[in-house]
Design a protein around this ligand. Structure first.
Ligand code: HEC
Ligand code: HEC
Ligand code: HEC
Ligand code: HEC
Ligand code: HEC
Length: 216
């Protein structure tokens, strides 16, 4: 074998080696991104679906229509003499108009047949409901601090349909408290209402931060 022939073989072999190793270098990179994508789908798509369960409200309630009809929120959500907040109205608040059918809407028929005629309460699900250990007063926030309902609840008062109520299967927390974004990112004041969200606004307003203020 001449030395020049040997040299050529070596060069060819060397080229082969570099081609092979650059391909071998790509395999883990591709595997990394493929794995990353799979877990991204699980984390952002599948995990929240497994974590949250969904219930429909008993009746599809149209806020927009009723606010136009009655003029304001206080017609249904008002403060009683003692300063306590009425919350979600009882079915007796609906009777004055819905004792008998006004229109032909199937949701109105359901309201009358299932709740008004048998004299039953409508089992509404409260999106904002906090765990029992939390003390909250609407009077302090609406009457004293002058806050708008939307700051904490979002545009529910302008909605035409009730959205499904979602809750965490493990903690039983409403999704409105735990937050809609899995990563905890908040774009509106009402996207989340956990302990630190209450505390954030209290901090800005110089409200007492002691535990017993919110936990009686
Ligand atoms: C001041 C009168 C008034 C009161 C009080 C009232 N409603 Fe209505 N409601 C209306 C009118 C008007 C309509 C439209 C009727 C139509 O044309 O079909 C309506 C329609 C409805 C419908 C049919 C859905 C739709 O989009 O048309 C439902 C369901 C309903 N109301 C639920 C309730 C519930 C629940 C309450 C009590 C919390 C209530 N309403 C209290 C006036 C009232
Ligand atoms: C005709 C009565 C009526 C009027 C007027 C009315 N609401 Fe309601 N509201 C209801 C009923 C019934 C529910 C329960 C069903 C639902 O969640 O939509 C409710 C639920 C809510 C909730 C959800 C609370 C929770 O924790 O689930 C908010 C927030 C709210 N109303 C805000 C408003 C605002 C703001 C206005 C005025 C712009 C208003 N409402 C006017 C009857 C009324
Ligand atoms: C500072 C935040 C904040 C503001 C402002 C606020 N809310 Fe609430 N709201 C809450 C919280 C928190 C709850 C849950 C209370 C609980 O679980 O005891 C709630 C609960 C409710 C409920 C459900 C109560 C029930 O019976 O289960 C209704 C209805 C409601 N709010 C309507 C309103 C309306 C109407 C306004 C404006 C007049 C308003 N809220 C302003 C934070 C707020
Ligand atoms: C957007 C601002 C804001 C948010 C959000 C908020 N608060 Fe407040 N809160 C206030 C202000 C302002 C006061 C002081 C009101 C006053 O006494 O004038 C207050 C006062 C209170 C008080 C004292 C009431 C009293 O009897 O003196 C309690 C309890 C309270 N908040 C609980 C909560 C809880 C629980 C949450 C979360 C679910 C919350 N707040 C969310 C602004 C906020
Ligand atoms: C501004 C009101 C506020 C103050 C002040 C506050 N908390 Fe909370 N806390 C809440 C709210 C609202 C929740 C429910 C939502 C959540 O879990 O974030 C909660 C939940 C909790 C929980 C979890 C309970 C459960 O069942 O999940 C613990 C434990 C707790 N708080 C302890 C404390 C301690 C200790 C302090 C004092 C250092 C404190 N909190 C001060 C509002 C408050």
């Amino acid at each position: 074998m001449s030395t020049s022939e040997e040299k050529e073989r070596n060069v060819a072999g060397g080229e082969q080696r570099t081609e092979g190793s650059s391909w071998r270098f790509l395999v883990p990179v591709i595997a990394f991104f493929a794995g990353f994508l799979v877990f991204l789908c699980i984390g952002w798509g599948i995990f929240p679906k497994i974590l949250y369960s969904e219930k429909q409200q008993p009746i599809d309630f149209n806020h927009q229509l009723h606010v136009d009809e009655m003029g304001d929120c206080e017609a249904c959500h008002y403060f009683r003499e003692d300063g306590s907040f009425s919350g979600i109205p009882k079915s007796e608040n609906c009777i004055e108009c819905h004792e008998s059918a006004m229109g032909e809407h199937p949701e109105e028929a359901k309201l009358i047949d299932q709740y008004i005629e048998p004299g039953k309460e409508i089992p509404w699900l409260s999106y904002a409901r906090q765990p029992d250990c939390v003390f909250f007063s609407h009077a302090a926030h609406v009457r004293m601090a002058g806050l708008d309902c939307m700051t904490c609840h979002g545009p529910i008062g302008e909605s035409e349909h009730t959205r499904p109520y979602q809750y965490n299967r493990l903690t039983k927390y409403s999704r409105d408290i735990w937050g809609w974004n899995i990563a905890g990112i908040k774009t509106n004041t009402w996207d989340r209402m956990k302990m630190d969200d209450c505390a954030e606004c209290h901090e800005e307003n110089g409200t007492n931060q002691a535990c017993f203020v919110c936990h009686k």
